[in-house]
Design a protein around this ligand. Structure first.
Ligand SMILES: Cc1ncc(COP(=O)(O)O)c(C=O)c1O
Length: 420
């Protein structure tokens, strides 16, 4: 019996077959880039708590900012009331976001930020008296969250299969490549654009769908098609936002400004749950009317939570004061040097590096065995399907990053021997 005793029988874990999964690890603390387990082991974190903790855990500046906020206003409802941390954060986000996004709608998780984006797009067209524009175009291998609307624009063949019959039907296509697929996408859009509210995409990297990359040229071309057919463009930067792909936002690399932008995850550097959906003034204006029915009907209870806003302010301070994007460049260079040799290994299908993301795709893998091996190696890496990936905090030292890449190379090498 572990220290958590019988209480483990009252918990239901995410994405887990509770009958067969190994017992979860008990965590008692986290500091910098390390996770402290109750049995004394300390793991180097290669996932940054689902890609949130960009400044590492317990950064003193973020801690201080949250504690200070706790002493004045931990929470207040956002309906009819506003507060300084949220108003100032909205202003700061608008300043750093791709140009043209001027309105910020706060929420409490990435999935909800996506729901808000979808609802905004739907009601935007409804308010413009074009209610037939009520479908979305989305991409295979995409992942936008686990709530119903977000599931409907995620890859229908992957993790949400069980809900397929319930999910709304959308247009799902492959992300085109430079060589192939744009003519097909263009002719599909020509046929269906009058029924489309928006295109939704994870810019540059489809993360949870297997760390699949596309180029900034491809992203720019998808955006261009959205302009050609007057379809709203939603960029879901919940995973890629705040430096993960090398620039503050992945859209920056393609030089595009979406109509709607979803952010979350690293917004508070993994401290508290906060997300936001940003929209252009043009979209916002379509909700203005003498008619109350034109108002946007959404409002999560904990939206714009002041503690979470304080954490986000501190996180943005750190981006301003410390060389985070340079650190991402160093991580990218080190990942490239350490992981690219895996390409020659048996059983390796592909190795991909972009910013602070390194992915080794295998022909197949025993996910649970690999997860256990990584823990034995003293690192926290949790492969997705057949992809081992490293997405560490940006403040990781080169020694700790080496521990992660050494473990990845070693374990991939062991698999190659087993298959020989
Ligand atoms: C691109 C993207 N969108 C949305 C989500 C959902 O975010 P949350 O888990 O905060 O609901 C995720 C989560 O991994 C994501 O990667």
């Amino acid at each position: 019996m572990n220290w958590y005793g019988d209480n483990i029988n009252h918990i239901w874990l995410p994405y887990t077959q509770m009958q067969t999964a190994p017992p979860p690890l008990a965590v008692v603390g986290a500091q910098g880039c390390h996770i402290q387990l109750s049995d004394g082991r300390r793991l180097v974190d290669g996932i940054a708590s689902w890609w949130t903790a960009c400044h590492g855990y317990r950064h003193p500046h973020i801690e201080k900012s949250v504690i200070k906020q706790l002493e004045t206003l931990p929470h207040v409802m956002f309906g009819g009331l506003v507060h300084e941390p949220a108003l100032r954060l909205a202003g700061r986000l608008v300043k750093i976001a791709p140009a043209g996004l001027s309105r910020v709608f706060f929420s409490d998780s990435g999935s909800v930020a996506v729901e808000v984006a979808l609802k905004m797009a739907l009601q935007y067209w409804q308010n413009k008296r074009q209610p037939n524009r009520n479908r979305f175009l989305c991409f295979r291998h995409g992942y936008h969250g686990d709530t119903t609307g977000a599931m409907s624009v995620s890859d229908p063949e992957s993790m949400h299969k069980a809900f397929r019959s319930y999910s709304m039907k959308q247009y799902v296509v492959d992300i085109p490549s430079e060589e192939y697929g744009f003519a097909e996408l263009d002719s599909l859009l020509e046929g269906v654009h009058k029924n489309l509210a928006a295109i939704i995409v994870e810019p540059l990297v489809q993360c949870a769908g297997g760390m699949k990359f596309h180029s900034s040229d491809v992203l720019a071309e998808i955006f261009r098609l959205s302009r050609k057919y007057d379809i709203l463009f939603i960029a879901d930067e919940i995973a890629t936002g705040f430096g993960r792909t090398g620039l503050m936002f992945a859209c920056n690399e393609a030089g595009i400004s979406p109509d709607i932008l979803c952010i979350g995850k690293a917004l508070t550097s993994g401290t508290l749950s906060l997300a936001a959906t940003l929209a252009t003034e043009g979209i916002f204006r379509e909700f203005l009317s003498d008619d109350p029915e034109f108002a946007f009907m959404h409002g999560p209870t904990y939206m714009a939570n002041p503690l979470a806003c304080a954490a986000a302010h501190a996180s943005l301070d750190l981006f301003e004061r410390e060389p985070r994007l340079e650190q991402v460049e160093h991580i990218e260079a080190q990942l490239r040097e350490a992981l690219v040799p895996c390409r020659a290994m048996k059983g390796v299908k592909d190795v991909r590096i972009k910013g602070a993301i390194g992915a080794v795709e295998l022909e197949h893998m025993d996910k649970e065995r690999l997860r256990a091996r990584f823990i034995e190696e003293g690192v926290w890496l949790r492969p997705l399907e057949n992809v081992i990936y490293i997405m560490p905090p940006f403040v990781i030292s080169s020694d700790d990053l080496k521990k992660l890449t050494d473990a990845a190379v070693k374990v991939v090498g062991e698999m190659a021997i087993t298959q020989a």
